[in-house]
Design a protein around this ligand. Structure first.
Ligand code: ADP
Ligand code: LRH
Length: 502
């Protein structure tokens, strides 16, 4: 008998509800529901469409509960659409999403305004203001977090007023609250707020006071694996769910869940790239690194499942490509990638982390701006733009992983690429070439896998630690290996073209 667990995984480009079946050496995911997600501009503000996310989540849970999947045993598989068998219902529900964003509730538990997207311009210049109150080194000493203009602390500082606010809830906690009526703050996601003390693993009340966030708004921290509660009867009835189904806290930061599912062997000296809208590039460490070198290099120490540290950096990721496709009004990524593979190498390179690429907009035009600024010709046609984005990302990965090894004093032998971007063969090969290391690509749905694994353990599956969870991913999922090719000197030259000789 295996457990039937629903993973709600909300990425910045799509949301999905996956049915996970776990037990007796089996770990299978079946997609029950997928829906669009992205920024919605209303007048001058970028929002998330939170009510639609709530509705789609519940529609997806209803579908997952009714999904009958043929038993395929413990064989290697890829996610599939369901085929008939006997089981129905759900043994658990877990929710993960992108980090940093939140909803605010009043004293009646009502949502005060629609959650704002982290790419909104309201935080422009706010970080600098907050840093006048709390200097960057003090902030880093407490939170260990990289400086990103949209960190929650800067978003809260950009709010017009917090006067009517009773409760602050991050996106997965907000959905969990609507499902169960129980507020709380899951630890891995709380660690991305820059209000969380990375060593004591609690809210930093002192910091909250200094930046003017009333401490009473911050709900109690809950750890991945804690049962939040059963689904509220009215919600269960509306969407055809069993009200006894427990909602379980998972690594509710999607990147925390995806790192759980990195299929590394225990002995591996590995790095990971969680590749989706963002590329989260880094190492898993037993404890935070809070040195001046880590701060200067802007590495983050986010909280992982089982108290691990996700020592990483945000690289702008496939967002740039997503926006190019949107502007070109095409979704034929596969064809574009084929053409990009045949396009000339190293023709145009950009720094993907340049702030010009952060906000939604005309990315091809912004790449042209970058070219004009840096004395390069603009890319010659769409395939050349795609090649430029992918080579530039591979360069940023190489640079980030070298810095991570230097700063953390660790050596790596293999790079695991997980998430939607692990399907991008050209990017995986360029990453292997740029880093001079083998790349192991997969699984694609790493966040959903990490989500169901933590639920399964909470419900008594013998998965005592991350090593056991990863071993299960390894034995049930096919990975693709890319060996480094080409001339390392070409990448050295490319790196100094974009980043100088630093
Ligand atoms: P998020 O969770 O941030 O929404 P995902 O992990 O779903 O992101 O990854 C989305 C990205 O995966 C897309 O932007 C796209 O570049 C890439 N991707 C999706 N399908 C394919 C495919 N068939 N081939 C190559 N890349 C793909
Ligand atoms: C990836 C992610 C990333 C955060 C960003 C806001 O989906 O959670 O880890 O930095 O979104």
């Amino acid at each position: 008998m295996s457990l039937r667990l629903a993973a709600v995984d909300l990425g910045a480009s799509s949301g999905r509800v996956m049915l996970g079946q776990v037990g007796d050496g089996k770990l299978e995911l079946t997609e029950a529901h997928r829906f669009w997600n992205g920024p919605v501009r209303l007048r001058n503000t970028l929002y998330w469409d939170i009510l639609s996310l709530y509705r789609e989540t519940l529609i997806g849970l209803g579908k997952a509960a009714r999904l009958q999947v043929e038993d395929r045993g413990a064989s290697l598989h890829s996610p599939t659409r369901g085929r008939p068998s006997d089981g129905v219902g759900l043994d658990g529900v877990g929710i993960d999403s992108w980090a940093v964003d939140y909803g605010l509730l009043d004293s009646d538990g009502r949502l005060l305004g629609n959650p704002v997207h982290y790419r909104d311009a309201r935080t422009d210049g706010v970080m600098e203001q907050v840093l006048r109150t709390v200097p960057a080194d003090e902030l880093y000493a407490v939170t260990g977090l990289q400086q990103l203009p949209f960190n929650t602390v800067y978003q809260l500082a950009a709010e017009v007023s917090l006067e009517q606010v009773k409760t602050f809830l991050m996106i997965p906690d907000l959905l969990g609250y609507w499902l169960t009526g129980r507020p709380g703050a899951e630890a891995t996601n709380a660690s991305t707020t820059q209000l969380y003390d990375v060593r004591s693993r609690t809210w930093s009340e002192a910091l909250a006071r200094r930046v003017g966030v009333p401490v009473g708004l911050l709900p109690e921290i809950r750890e991945p694996g804690e049962v939040i509660g059963p689904i509220l009867p009215a919600v269960a009835e509306e969407f055809g769910l069993d009200p006894a189904t427990p909602v379980i806290a998972v690594g509710s930061h999607d990147t925390a869940s995806s790192v759980v599912a990195v299929p590394a062997a225990e002995s591996d000296r590995f790095a990971y790239i969680s590749s989706g809208t963002w590329s989260l590039v880094g190492l898993e460490l037993p404890a935070p690194v809070l040195t001046e070198a880590a701060r200067q290099a802007n590495f983050t120490n986010e909280g992982g499942v089982d108290g691990r540290t996700r020592f990483l950096k945000n690289v702008m990721g496939l967002w740039i490509l997503q926006e190019c496709l949107r502007v070109w009004a095409t979704d034929d990524l596969v064809q574009l990638l084929k053409e990009a593979a045949a396009a000339p190498a190293f023709a145009v390179l950009v720094d993907p982390d340049d702030p010009v690429f952060l906000a939604p907009g005309n990315m091809p035009a912004r790449i042209e701006e970058f070219c004009a600024r840096t004395g390069q010709e603009r890319p010659a046609g769409r395939a050349a733009y795609v090649r430029c984005v992918l080579e530039s990302l591979a360069l940023a990965y190489r640079r980030t992983l070298r810095q991570a090894q230097d700063v953390a004093g660790r050596e790596i032998e293999v790079v695991h690429v997980i998430g939607g971007g692990s399907q991008n063969e050209l990017l995986c090969q360029l990453t292997a070439d740029a880093c001079g290391l083998p790349v192991l690509a997969g699984p694609v749905e790493a966040s959903a896998l990490g989500n169901v694994l933590v639920q399964a353990r909470a419900l008594g599956e013998p998965l005592p630690d991350l090593a056991a969870m990863r071993a299960l991913v390894r034995t049930t999922h096919r990975l693709r290996r890319y060996e480094p090719q080409g001339k390392p000197a070409d990448w050295d030259a490319a790196e100094s073209r974009v980043f100088g000789t630093r």
